[in-house]
Design a protein around this ligand. Structure first.
Ligand code: PDD
Length: 279
């Protein structure tokens, strides 16, 4: 397995970063995850644009332009012979003696990339549908930034794992914000696809945007508004989206079956449309 660290492709076992790395000490860094299907990156330009924006929001210099990132990603995918899975990219504020304010401007960001093989297209979970639990959203107030400080999501997703379910949907003031690592959607009885509008309360999902576009192109109605946990429990269908799950049907929320406990027809259609686009 070959990984990328600070300008070099090296065997995973040989890749090291400093104990003074600010990503390690402070969670002071940004990450991205892009899917790979049939050896090709999915919607990668949008992921790179979000990476650039996240870095800008916290004042880390983006070490590469989109073309430079793409070359590195494609090189890494090829070196690992990856046909289906994920590319993980992380940029931290670099290595410096521990001190909270930013280090001097000449300190270079740390860059790490690796791939993970994963079955995304022929997912058994997507066939039978995922169960989710709801948990309180304990995160900070800038969730639009894809920060590596993921403790609240680690705790939420551990609760999900302990409950034997695939994802945790987080809520705040009774309203669903998003999944631990995904965007939450419901579908109403009259076929409207509902997802929360973008704000600092949630990550602007790349898969979310693509699914909304595909839905509208196919004559389906998308409604951007926040929804409550109660509304989700009685929805006709539910699903979540992410680079690693694409469109994942939800068949149970907090032990209550959604849509008769089967992946819903509109959700299946959206998954099909997304797979067609990605493949
Ligand atoms: N997570 N919301 C959160 C909190 C996320 O962490 C993610 C992605 C999403 C979906 O965004 P996108 O469609 O751009 O992948 C929404 C990645 C996959 C992860 O942390 O592994």
């Amino acid at each position: 397995r070959i990984v990328y660290v600070n300008g070099r492709f090296v065997p995973y076992e040989e890749a090291t970063i400093s104990i003074m790395d600010r990503g390690f000490l402070f969670g002071d860094g940004i990450y991205e995850v892009s899917a790979v299907v049939n050896g090709r990156l999915v919607d990668n330009e949008a992921h790179l644009a979000r990476l650039d924006r996240s870095l800008g929001e916290i004042g880390i210099r983006n070490p590469h332009d989109a073309a430079g990132w793409t070359r590195l990603e494609e090189d890494l995918v090829a070196r690992n012979g990856l046909t289906e899975g994920l590319v993980y990219m992380e940029v931290t504020r670099g290595v410096h003696e521990r001190d909270f304010p930013f280090p001097p401007a000449e300190v270079a960001p740390t860059v790490v990339m690796f791939t993970q093989a994963k079955t995304i297209l022929a997912s058994p979970l997507a066939e039978r549908g995922a169960k989710v639990i709801t948990v309180e959203d304990l995160r900070w107030k800038r969730r639009d930034i894809k920060s590596v400080a993921l403790l609240a999501q680690v705790l939420a997703k551990q609760q999900a794992a302990a409950a034997g379910v695939a994802e945790a949907w987080m809520h705040e003031d009774g309203l669903v914000t998003e999944g631990g690592s995904s965007t939450a959607f419901i579908i109403t009885e009259d076929g409207r696809i509902v997802t929360r509008p973008l704000s600092t309360a949630l990550l602007p999902g790349i898969t979310r945007r693509a699914v909304m576009r595909l839905a509208e192109e196919n004559g389906l109605t998308v409604e951007e508004r926040a929804f409550t946990v109660e509304e989700a429990l009685s929805a006709a269908e539910a699903f979540y989206t992410s680079a690693s799950a694409f469109v994942m049907p939800v068949t149970e929320i907090d032990g209550t079956r959604v849509g008769g406990g089967q992946p819903g027809p509109l959700t299946r259609r959206l998954r099909g449309l997304y797979l067609e686009m990605a493949g």
